[in-house]
Write a protein that binds this ligand. Structure first.
Ligand SMILES: *[C@@H]1O[C@H](CO)[C@@H](O)[C@H](O)[C@H]1NC(C)=O
Ligand SMILES: *[C@@H]1O[C@H](CO)[C@@H](O)[C@H](O)[C@H]1NC(C)=O
Ligand SMILES: *[C@@H]1O[C@H](CO)[C@@H](O)[C@H](O)[C@H]1NC(C)=O
Ligand SMILES: *[C@@H]1O[C@H](CO)[C@@H](O)[C@H](O)[C@H]1NC(C)=O
Ligand SMILES: *[C@@H]1O[C@H](CO)[C@@H](O)[C@H](O)[C@H]1NC(C)=O
Ligand SMILES: *[C@@H]1O[C@H](CO)[C@@H](O)[C@H](O)[C@H]1NC(C)=O
Length: 370
């Protein structure tokens, strides 16, 4: 993702630029953060994954080449998280003859389906890219709300196991942004008394069920130490549920959370006053948005006697609600991406997953789904 100094020099040479050479004093030592490999990674909206990856008969080779190129630039292929709002709508029908039947309800969301049924061939999409590790997001939203949701978990763990068991599993995920479950603008899936304690008990119920099925269907992931989760995948730090309270309620009681995943958007597609210069190309705004996560994570570190898993952005991008044309899909937003990712690395984030879905407006071009 980031060009080396040599490449920068070459680019400048090619552009024939004459650079002034200001000198900046560089401190002899500074705090360092050893980020993980594939530092800039991606998150693909659950319902968009078949578009981005294709399937056995129609693999999306464009995406494959793109990921190869990004891997070569960065020294390691990006990790792919498959999840997002639509993971918590996904039910399962084993007779569906194609990957995904999505129905959009504009009164809930215009950019993605809120009724989602996947079939067995959904899992073919995990087989189209070389040497990529994935996280698969299971449905806690409906899983803890109705029996068809719970049944989807029982039906799809064996399929996800088969698709990812053989060395492709990065981590599992159970629930996307559960801090919004009782207040979601796309329709709540929990009553008003939804709490950290209830969340933690439902998360344990589901993740223990997943582990029991993993034991049966892909025990090699347990033996190789690859079983584990990214969690809590909260949308932010100011919502109805709070990360430190979820941690204090025993979220990691089973010690199987491998990545402490939180989400961030700098602002919203329709938030008043959002501009390219004032919002995205404004380092102070980026810094403030990232720093609140460090404050929250530090609270957890100071309250926890057990080790806390490393911090990642499991989902992030510029403007929530899929971005806004003329702002989040411009080259200025690309500069924001460089600033955001470098700043996050400088304060302790180990990996960042930039989020994208079919026809979302958070990219200069919709790279994966061309
Ligand atoms: C499952 O999919 C099949 C094939 O599309 C369809 O006929 C059937 O009605 C679906 N079942 C449910 C419960 O939606
Ligand atoms: C594979 O992808 C093609 C192209 O999108 C689609 O027409 C076909 O139905 C898919 N096959 C399955 C089994 O989902
Ligand atoms: C697709 O989902 C819609 C909404 O749930 C349903 O009415 C339709 O029958 C489904 N189609 C198939 C082929 O299952
Ligand atoms: C399921 O979601 C509905 C809102 O869609 C909510 O009223 C209900 O309390 C939820 N049930 C459970 C068991 O969480
Ligand atoms: C939360 O509310 C639901 C119904 O809205 C009720 O069934 C449940 O017992 C309540 N839970 C708690 C912990 O009060
Ligand atoms: C887990 O949740 C499912 C579905 O709501 C329920 O059937 C099951 O009894 C729960 N298990 C425990 C141990 O709470």
């Amino acid at each position: 993702m980031f060009p080396s100094m040599k490449q920068v020099a070459l680019l400048c040479a090619l552009a024939g630029l004459v650079l002034a050479a200001p000198e900046y004093p560089v401190p002899g030592s500074a705090e360092s953060n050893d980020v993980f490999d594939g530092y800039v990674s991606y998150s693909i909206e659950f319902a968009s994954f078949p578009d981005f990856a294709g399937n056995k008969t129609h693999p999306n080779t464009f995406s494959d080449v793109l990921l190869d190129n990004l891997g070569q630039l960065q020294g390691h292929k990006p990790y792919i998280r498959v999840g997002g709002n639509t993971q918590d709508y996904a039910l399962y029908n084993q007779s569906l003859p194609y990957a995904l039947n999505g129905t959009t309800n504009p009164s809930r969301a215009v950019d993605y389906p809120t009724t989602v049924i996947i079939g067995p061939s959904y899992f073919e999409s995990y087989d189209t890219w070389k040497d990529v590790k994935f996280s698969h997001g299971f449905n806690l939203g409906l899983g803890g709300n109705r029996s068809s949701g719970w049944q989807a978990l029982l039906d799809t763990v064996p399929l996800a196991c088969k698709a990812l068991g053989n060395g492709k599993l990065y981590v599992w995920e159970y629930g996307n942004e559960p801090d919004l479950f009782s207040t979601s603008a796309q329709g709540p899936v929990r009553p008003a008394n939804w709490s950290e304690a209830t969340y933690v008990s439902q998360w344990h119920n589901g993740t223990r069920q997943i582990k029991a099925l993993v034991q049966e269907h892909c025990p090699e992931t347990l033996e190789s130490g690859n079983h584990g989760y990214m969690a809590p995948s909260f949308a932010g730090v100011n919502n109805y549920l709070k990360e430190p309270a979820a941690w204090a309620a025993g979220l990691d009681g089973d010690q199987d959370i491998k990545l402490f995943s939180t989400h961030n958007y700098i602002s919203g597609a329709t938030s008043p006053g959002v501009t390219l210069q004032g919002t995205l190309m404004n380092h102070a705004v980026t810094k403030r948005a990232v720093d609140v996560h460090i404050t929250e994570y530090n609270k957890i570190l100071s309250q926890s006697s057990d080790p806390v898993p490393p911090l990642v952005f499991g989902e992030t991008n510029s403007l929530y609600n899929q971005g806004r044309p003329g702002l989040s899909n411009t080259f200025g937003a690309a500069l924001w991406g460089v600033d955001f990712n470098l700043y996050s690395a400088s304060v302790g984030f180990k990996r960042v997953h930039m989020h994208m879905g079919t026809n979302f407006r958070v990219c200069v071009v919709s790279l994966f789904s061309l």
